[in-house]
Write a protein that binds this ligand. Structure first.
Ligand code: MCN
Ligand code: CUN
Length: 792
């Protein structure tokens, strides 16, 4: 399964260039904003300037009188249609347009529909809303105070801002383990609120055809089928009369899983006006109102023996979910997969408690290349491992090596009940250490320290759980997550594959064609991958939690194998041989022992379409469909090492090197996998050093543009050093595991561990992210500050 990098292979796995790039680099991508329909109208949203205020009145008269305005929708309009509130995926409701009061700055208040975009925007200024400001909660830590204003008074009987209490693991067992431990290390840490910030913002074109009764929606969604079903359930439209098309997407990163008020308003707008309605967010709208991630305040502890054997971890977490519990968050697991926080280590016990609270901030949630909160879990345990290493005065690599799960322990059930499928962790860490030249780095560090220079080396070893969702985890979401796939091989042996997942930049049109190519022996260029259109593809829940390869990739392998088996029967008829006597080699069936006797898949395809007499019961054509139910999640993992230099005078952190060794099982396209890792590493640098959604005490959003919400550029990123180990997943038909979020999940703790390591001579044992120059400088002065609140 190893191919030399750079050598394109067209008959299966290997580093093949992305098929979709031909249109992207020539400017031929087609995004939602490129959709232009005859008679199309344009929508714009009026947002609340206040974080918490009662709405006394909304006067839309002047806006309606604007000559280019066709309609103005308010919460009242929606109430009449029973659509003022929409269910979230997290057992909550969210206001589509505010009726009673606004609960976060930027909340949607009214929707103007006009002949053109600019008129719609102009008319927003003609709307007069009378607000009565209320006290604000912008810090989760004060949300449960006696005198805190109740944000969700719309919920019956609600007297405080509490959403849920949730725990996992065995409390009593964990207490026992902590009681006998030689060493316990504790640390409070904040994973602040961040935003996925895809370069293409969210948008929709909704077109209700009043003659056919069919609603067609072009939307930037990662989950077109799920959106269709939700629209049907919420709006009462028949599902077969809804078509959701997700065109090219300029990045999702979790931002495009949910349904936002602008989508509902555009659909309602099209129903009301009888014309197509387009709504596309601007940058500030995207950053201020759409799904956030993290915002976890964690108090963690780790217990170990004196000689460094880890016994257990526990954590208490305060989770800030904003004003509506609004993101895709499994109902029964309101903290997502956070409890996979024993990480990659063999431990006897673990326990976590999570309390979710409402604040006057935009709907919080999980999504940002996160695997449903495994990002926070990995950060927690990897920081704790470093703190423990410091306490025991042992090398952090050595401590990890001592506690990593061993190959013979797989399948391994962790202390909170998750079954890790496969792994050879020590090999991966060893490779990373070797690539880094770890010993030499430590020597260099000692020399630098002697000269008063700050250099840090940080390690992170992560295990992910991706590929929702196996039936055995069905209680997480309350419904199954099987994905369909359909494959048709045309008479000339060219094929079309229809899949349920949606690509947002991951290169599915290439990798999924490669899976067919590998299994059928035809060139990947001969396979067209159709996705992102509910009328043309089988049902499936879409792309998130790096589930495409684990679930839909498996479905693709299975459906292709079905076609290959059909081809065997056709080949039997062609060769006048018993199909049982046939053997397969790349792209052809032949009579066992007689390789020259074979027929190619292309010849079989032609024959299958009518030119050969098929035996009784064998249908013609080379088509198949399948539905794949994954038996388990896949557990990719990796070892990351980061080297930083810190300027003590300014607090500026320079990331000198990042070494990333990933094991995502069998790699379909190693070049695409590396691309995924590159992106995630940049994300990790961003989260560790720059990105944060901060708010002031009045709930004003302080990161509503890219001037304030800082994304890493190539200037902040070193030249990545990647390595790979391949430990196949035993239950996946191709042995593949998901990788799309691995580096985003795994890299932030490596960077933070490196910075804290650099600051060690100053007695620093922890610093909260993002480690901006100001924060690092203040930390060096012994005065760190909260980055998620306004600094005064
Ligand atoms: N792949 C492979 N071999 C493997 C695993 C993956 O060749 N063993 C390939 C896949 O076939 C696919 C890509 O790598 O082309 C990523 O696959 P996978 O890990 O299955 O993840 P998904 O395709 O389901 O993508 C989702 C994941 C998530 S949840 C976020 S968030 C994220 C991410 O992918 N958003 C992205 N990567 C992104 N990359 C881009 N460019 N844009 C986004 O919005
Ligand atoms: Cu958690 S972001 Mo991705 O799963 O869509």
């Amino acid at each position: 399964m190893t191919h030399t990098a750079g050598t394109p292979r067209h008959h299966g796995f290997g580093p093949m260039r992305r098929k979709e790039d031909a249109r992207f680099i020539r400017g031929r991508g087609k995004y939602v904003d490129d959709i232009k329909l005859p008679g199309m109208l344009h929508g714009a949203i009026l947002h609340s300037p206040h974080a918490h205020a009662r709405i006394r009145s909304i006067d839309v008269g002047a806006a309606e009188a604007h000559p280019k305005v066709k309609a103005v929708i308010t919460g009242e309009t929606l109430e009449a249609m029973n659509l003022a509130w929409m269910p979230t995926l997290s057992n909550d409701v969210q206001a589509v347009l505010a009726t009673d009061k606004v609960r976060f700055q930027g909340q949607e208040v009214a929707f103007v529909i006009a002949e053109d975009h600019y008129s719609a925007r102009d008319a927003l200024e003609l709307i007069d809303v009378d607000y009565d400001p209320l006290p604000v909660v912008s810090d989760a830590r004060t949300a449960m105070d006696e005198d805190a204003p109740v944000i969700r008074d719309d919920l019956e009987g609600r007297k405080d801002n509490h959403i849920f209490d949730w725990e996992a693991g065995d409390r009593a067992r964990t207490e026992e383990v902590f009681a006998v431990a030689d060493v316990v290390v504790s640390q409070d840490m904040l994973y602040p609120r961040v935003h996925p910030a895809p370069l293409e913002t969210c948008g929709i074109v909704a077109d209700m055809d009043k003659v056919t009764g069919k609603l067609t929606v072009w939307a930037t969604t990662q989950a077109p089928h799920a959106h269709r079903t939700l629209y049907a359930l919420v709006a009462g439209l028949p599902e077969h009369k809804i078509r959701v098309i997700s065109p090219d997407i300029g990045g999702g990163f979790g931002n495009k899983v949910g349904i936002y008020p602008g989508y509902v308003c555009s659909i309602v707008g099209s129903i009301l006006t009888g014309r197509p309605v387009k709504w596309v967010e601007d940058r500030s709208e995207n950053l201020m109102t759409t799904s956030f991630a993290r915002d976890y305040h964690m108090s963690g502890s780790i217990a170990a023996t004196r000689d460094g054997k880890v016994l257990g971890v526990r954590v208490k977490t305060l989770a800030d979910h904003g004003a509506f519990n609004g993101s895709a968050q499994p109902t029964k697991f309101p903290a997502g997969f956070f409890h996979v926080f024993t990480g990659s280590y063999d431990m006897q016990a673990a326990h976590c408690e999570v309390t979710g609270v409402y604040t006057n901030k935009a709907p919080g949630g999980v999504a940002y290349a996160c695997s449903f909160r495994i990002t926070e879990a990995v950060y927690l345990v990897e920081r704790l491992m470093d703190l423990l290493a410091a306490e025991l005065d042992v090398d952090p690599a050595e401590l990890r090596m001592k506690n990593l799960l061993q190959p013979e322990q797989f399948p391994y059930t962790c202390a909170t009940g998750w079954e890790y499928d496969s792994g050879d962790y020590a090999t991966t860490l060893r490779l990373a250490l070797e690539m880094a030249g770890y010993e030499a780095l430590r020597k260099e560090q000692a020399e630098k320290r002697a000269r008063g220079e700050l250099m840090g080396i940080g390690i992170s070893f992560f295990t992910e759980a991706v590929g929702a969702g196996p039936r055995k985890h069905m209680d997480i979401l309350g419904f199954g997550m099987a994905d369909g796939a359909e494959l048709r091989v045309h008479p000339t042996g060219k094929a079309v594959l229809r899949i349920s997942v949606q690509t947002q930049g991951q290169g599915h049109e290439t990798t999924f064609a490669q899976i067919v190519a590998e299994e059928l022996g035809i060139p990947a260029d001969d396979v067209e991958v159709v996705h992102g259109d509910t009328d043309q593809t089988p049902f499936g829940l879409g792309t998130y939690g790096s589930r495409s390869t684990p679930v839909s990739g498996a479905a693709t392998a299975v459906v292709t194998r079905k076609v290959r088996e059909r081809a065997r029967l056709v080949a039997g008829a062609m060769l006048e041989a018993d199909p049982g006597d046939l053997e397969w080699s790349e792209g052809r069936w032949f009579v066992r022992g007689d390789p020259n006797s074979g027929v190619t898949i292309q010849e079989i395809a032609m024959a299958a379409h009518g030119s050969v007499e098929l035996p009784e019961g064998v249908e013609g054509h080379l088509d198949a469909t399948t539905v794949y139910n994954p038996p388990n999640l896949t557990y990719p993992y990796g070892a990351y090492i980061c080297v930083v230099d810190v300027d003590a005078g300014t607090g500026k952190v320079s990331v000198r090197r990042i070494i990333a060794v990933d094991d995502c099982g069998v790699r379909i396209n190693p070049m695409i996998v590396e691309g995924q890792v590159h992106g995630g590493l940049a994300d990790g640098i961003g989260m560790a050093l720059m990105q944060v959604m901060a708010f002031d005490e009045d709930g004003n959003h302080l990161g509503a543009s890219f001037m304030d919400y800082l994304l890493p550029t190539s200037m902040e990123c070193p030249s990545w050093e990647l390595g790979a180990t391949v430990t196949p997943s035993p239950h996946h038909p191709l042995g593949a595991k998901g990788v799309g979020e691995s580096a985003t999940v795994g890299s932030p703790p490596a960077v933070v561990n490196a910075v804290v390591d650099a600051l060690k001579p100053y007695g620093v044992r922890h610093a909260d992210i993002p480690l901006t120059p100001a924060n690092v400088w203040r930390t060096l002065q012994g005065r760190p500050f909260r980055t998620d609140l306004a600094i005064t």
